[in-house]
Write a protein that binds this ligand. Structure first.
Ligand SMILES: Cc1ncc(COP(=O)(O)O)c(C=O)c1O
Length: 446
């Protein structure tokens, strides 16, 4: 059925284009030559001018089961017609308990889930839980937070404070007090063209000892890192690095938080990065693939014991003074339950794992092409790092993005790095198509 909200073609008016302040977008550049998707199915988008575009990025790292899956669409329809909303505070509904139960069963060792509506909100929730946890444990001086350079943890004030992306921080004032940053681990001199985890760099985790020595462990609440940093260009942790962070946190009673907003739900060929790296953080933040990108939702898994620490005091007292009107929204929960069912039924995490070697070969087949200074991969993620045009950082990768889009492939760029993270339903012929087209575009770049 064609409705005004689902046009098969669309020519935006100037007024429509101008009214919308687009996020993380060069508004003027975009509006001079808009790129608009009007529909999507499985591995492809359809553009406003009627072309098919292969999705090389699962939207924004979120559509892991592919687009417009009927099971999810139906679950959302049914839910919104049955119970469109239920108050999130002091009330419940079936889906929120069922989804929490299914999630904790996916991750042994984590016994409770807190719901938010995005990765950013889940990050803020985790940071607040970490500080409050120490307080309820009688260690209220533990308030400092430690992030990492080139980390991305969304756009809340907590997230940009622990995040390590200069442009995302510099406009927004003094941010949170009491935050330090570990060095990032990206180093082409040592690790260029590594396959999977690079050999060099585990020692960079020892910087945590320096920060602890400076502030004293009794003042530090938590360390937050992405196990694989996505948004700053797919930075894969060196072998042993995450294990070392875990050891140092344990030694000093510091909570370790993994932000798995992109690695969660199969991206590395396991359910979560914690399983892939065999390192158990104290909290795990997820979003995106939780609902296959259909309805906004984020969540924080907490390790056994964290929730219990809050369950003191009088029974009528609210234990955690935090939450959102839409925490565990019924429609998001329905989408989440249907999404998890697809992951299970189709064995998509396993499928990702099985394709990862083929993917790796395809990624590294680009070695030697013009301007390519690094290729890296893990699971179904990859980065192609290009040499910047002198004086024009980002320009070369963005030109590649535009040419790929024109020729029918969606990629994502950050700086001069191309990031690839396709839906996990991808098949070998899509991988061939994706890298064949990329090779042609790279050969033609200035
Ligand atoms: C690691 C990580 N954390 C947090 C976020 C923020 O998620 P959202 O955009 O849903 O707020 C993102 C988004 O890309 C992310 O990659």
């Amino acid at each position: 059925m064609q409705t005004s909200s689902s046009p098969s073609t669309y020519n935006p008016t100037r007024a429509e284009l101008e009214a919308f302040w687009m996020p993380f977008t060069a508004n003027r550049q975009f509006k001079a030559n808009p790129r608009i998707f009007v529909s999507a199915k499985d591995m492809h988008f359809t553009t406003h001018d009627g072309r098919q575009v292969l999705d090389g990025t699962a939207g924004l790292w979120c559509v892991n089961a592919g687009h417009c899956r009927p099971q999810i669409v139906e679950a959302i329809h049914q839910q919104v017609a049955t119970l469109d909303y239920a108050p999130a505070f002091q009330m419940g509904h079936p889906g929120v308990f069922q989804l929490a139960d299914q999630l904790v069963k996916m991750l042994p060792g984590y016994d409770h889930v807190f719901f938010a509506n995005s990765g950013s909100e889940a990050v803020e929730s985790a940071l607040k839980i970490a500080i409050a946890y120490h307080r309820v444990c009688g260690q209220g001086t533990r308030q400092r937070l430690i992030g990492r350079e080139r980390g991305y943890h969304g756009v809340g004030f907590g997230g940009i404070s622990v995040g390590g992306i200069r442009p995302n921080r510099k406009f927004f004032g003094s941010l949170l007090n009491g935050v330090d940053h570990l060095p990032h681990t990206h180093n082409l001199e040592h690790n260029a063209f590594s396959r999977q985890q690079p050999e060099w760099g585990a020692h960079l985790a020892d910087e945590l000892e320096r920060i602890v020595a400076l502030h004293d462990a009794s003042n530090i609440a938590a360390v937050i890192v992405e196990p694989v940093a996505g948004s700053t260009g797919v930075l894969i942790p060196p072998k042993g690095y995450l294990q070392r962070l875990r050891q140092i946190c344990d030694k000093h009673g510091i909570l370790l938080i993994f932000d798995e907003v992109i690695t969660g739900f199969g991206r590395l060929g396991t359910g979560f990065a914690t399983e892939y790296f065999d390192v158990m953080p104290d909290m795990i933040i997820v979003a995106k693939g939780l609902t296959n990108g259909t309805v906004p939702m984020g969540a924080v898994f907490v390790r056994q014991g964290i929730y219990d620490a809050f369950m003191n005091g009088p029974e009528q007292a609210i234990e955690l003074l935090h939450g959102y009107t839409y925490s565990g929204h019924p429609v998001a929960c329905a989408a989440g339950l249907a999404t998890l069912e697809i992951y299970r039924q189709e064995g998509l995490f396993q499928h990702a794992q099985e394709l990862s070697t083929y993917w790796e070969e395809a990624v590294h087949s680009l070695k030697g092409l013009p301007h390519v200074i690094d290729l890296r991969n893990l699971g179904l993620v990859a980065a192609i790092e290009l040499e910047s045009i002198p004086g024009k950082p980002t320009a070369r990768a963005f030109e590649c993005f535009l040419r790929c889009y024109e020729r029918g492939l969606l990629i994502r760029t950050t700086g001069d790095i191309i990031a690839l993270s396709p839906p996990l339903i991808i098949e070998k012929q899509h991988i061939d198509e994706m890298f064949g087209l990329l090779a042609e575009v790279l050969k033609g770049l200035e």
